[in-house]
Write a protein that binds this ligand. Sequence first.
Ligand SMILES: *Cc1c(COP(=O)(O)O)cnc(C)c1O
Length: 393
Amino acid sequence: MSLDSHKSVAATPDRAETPFRSLSPAVWRASTVLFDSIGDFTRRRERLYDGYSYGITGTPTSRELERRVAALEGAAHCVVLPSGQAALCLALMTVLRAGDHVLISDAAYGPLKSFGREWMAGWGIEVEFYPPAIESAALEALMRPATRLLCLESPGSITMEMLDIPAAVAAARRHGVTTLIDNTWASPLGLRPLALGVDISVEAASKMFGGHSDVLLGTVAVNDRGLYEKLRSAQSTLGQSVSPEDCFLVLRGLETLKVRLQAQAVAALQVAALLAAQPEVRSVLYPPLPGSPGHALWQRDFHGAGCVLTFQPRDWSEAQTEAFFGALRVFSIGASWGGVHSLAALYPASEQQSRTHPCVQSALVRLSVGLEELQALLDDLAGAFAALRACVA
Ligand SMILES: *Cc1c(COP(=O)(O)O)cnc(C)c1O
């Protein structure tokens, strides 16, 4: 075959006329996007927000995911990013400039706090961590003329403190402060932040949306058009593109989000009840559990529960901790959460004590409850507590 003949076997770039229909969304790959005329090409920036101009800004696959997530959030707009952490960082970089002051919950996702401390502070942004369960009047007292952004996470990562979200939003409004929430625990099925007046809702789609512990992705949803345009520009300028295959996996995950979340939340409540009945457990941190801190706020504001919960061991020795984790057969040891497989993780005492506003001084255990048989999960935990007791000698 001569080199010339390659031209005739090049892939057909346009799929629009293919007489094929599928129930699943197409995976469109592109760096290059084609234009009908040179005029269209030179005006391509006009397509940045609503159309297609270059692969980084999106293909029909990522736009379909953005449309679906926006609908779930009750939002006008959504931008997808390569991970939940990328989504949080992009939102902060979009809103904040040198000289601004940002309030971040001390129970925010750890790497977001690191981004604040190690990066934003170096860019001349003043980062302040507030107590995660702070009363709204005290939170309002922390707002100054330079405060631009209030970052919420409720329940907080690992320590699960709850905040009065509507009261915090009202306080922020009075001071012209933009609000952002990391809504990963509840997902939009459990909490609709934008309906409560929050400006920016971020989800780590790696967790419940994807649902199978095999994809990393994050989403940022907003109603304000100006804010959306800034987020899209930032996403494009910073080159934060998402693979269409990853978008496809999250689109597929969304098809079963509701049934997975409901089943996992039902199981998580049973797991929480088993934990609460153990003498070796000092406290269970799971707002849907009656008696757990923040239960009243959860009941008032949320439409459903998440599947990740934390408990505080009662003075376990290192050997007992190892016996407990070593006896687990159904729960696997690992971070991240929200998938169909149950997970267990330990957050040592030193990590709690080094917080600006510690919730506890001792270690915490976090469980993500998956879709295994509920009885198998309960038996697994009962076996781990038996192993822990046997270790006392
Ligand atoms: C996991 C997680 C993130 C980060 O998501 P990645 O996709 O892993 O970067 C952010 N917020 C919360 C609450 C999380 O649990």
